[in-house]
Design a protein around this ligand. Structure first.
Ligand code: GLV
Length: 328
């Protein structure tokens, strides 16, 4: 009888995924806090039939060529810009991701960042902690209203729509930009589609929910930030390179926009003395928008399920390049 297939898991993920894999496979687990470097990743993948990877692992054609027995890269993330999907497809390797299970959780957190930046929550906490709170002040730490304001959602996919659902509860005017104009979704959520420039000009809050592709890299640069209102808040819970970091620093410094709430940055992590970390009108968190106990369990379980399905020769619940399996 053949032994269990070997799978590489590039970091400790919740037991909800590891236990599913353990039953059916032999796991080679990377147990360090930091991701494997390219050489260590190569060693980890040696001889593996499948790999459960994170967004910090770069999987390109060269990595895949060293392991021609690899059948599946199952990414523990909805985004898969760390994987060269074209190279994987050419080599017959399935690429899977974890959409759906993190949608609401990510929207909840993008909303949290938006409110925290608008109402200066981090600055206020720092003010109190620094012992500066002497009295109630009529003009102390004034923020911006969220209710009744205009929100511009860039990327009207799953997470973008959940932002629209939340915005309705805050009685906001909702604008959206996407390369695909989803009229049905717009009607459902009371959203008006706008060209990107118009959305940027009209919105008090701009929130980014696009995948990172060559087209969306630096989608928000100096020109786009210049179109935004000086009172506007920018939220990014997509991928760091969607925003031109240097342009954002300049816009926040020069008052071209009012504040930013960033789940993601370029680079990640930012060096501790980076202006985005030290500026009072920027809030940076360490890419934790999907980080709840339940959601990370669900992501782990789905990533494990995807991986096992491919090893079983079945269509996994979530696959980026289904043509690979249809071909076989
Ligand atoms: C996290 O950023 C993800 O893509 O799931």
């Amino acid at each position: 009888m053949a032994g269990k297939p070997l799978v590489a898991v590039t970091r400790i993920i919740p037991e909800a995924g590891l236990s599913v894999l353990r039953e059916r496979t032999e796991i080679r687990l990377w147990e360090e806090e930091m991701p494997p470097d390219p050489e260590e990743l190569g060693e980890l993948l040696t001889g593996a039939a499948g790999a459960l990877t994170l967004l910090t692992d770069v999987i390109d054609g060269a990595v895949l060529d060293r392991e021609p027995q690899l059948k599946v890269i199952s990414n523990f993330a909805v985004g898969y810009d760390n994987v060269d999907v074209e190279a994987a497809t050419e080599r017959g390797v399935a690429v899977c991701n974890t959409p759906g299970v993190l949608t609401e959780t990510t929207a909840d957190f993008a909303w949290t960042l938006m409110m925290a930046a608008a109402r200066r929550v981090v600055e206020s906490v720092e003010y109190v902690r620094a012992g500066q709170w002497k009295t109630w002040g009529p003009t102390l730490l004034l923020g911006r209203d969220i209710h009744g304001a205009t929100i511009g959602i860039v990327g009207f996919g799953r997470i973008g729509k959940e932002m629209a659902r939340r915005a309705r509860g805050f009685d906001m005017r909702i604008l959206a930009y996407d390369t695909h104009q989803d009229d049905e979704g717009a009607a459902e959520f009371g959203v008006e589609f706008r060209p990107l420039d118009d959305l940027l000009r009209e919105s008090d809050f701009v929130t980014l929910h696009v995948a990172l592709t060559p087209e969306t890299t630096h989608l928000i640069g100096a020109r786009e930030l210049g179109l935004m209102k000086p009172e506007a808040v920018l939220v990014n819970a997509s991928r760091g390179p969607v925003v031109d970091t240097a342009a954002l620093v300049a816009a926040l410094r020069d008052g071209e926009i009012w504040a930013a709430g960033l789940d993601v940055t370029d680079p990640e992590p930012l060096p501790p003395d980076h202006p985005l970390i030290t500026m009072p009108n920027a809030i940076v968190v360490p890419h934790t928008a999907s980080a709840t106990v339940a959601t990370r369990d669900n992501m782990a379980a789905l990533a494990a399920k995807n991986l096992l399905a491919v090893l079983d020769g079945e269509m996994p619940p979530e696959i980026v390049n289904p043509e690979v399996l249809k071909r076989q």
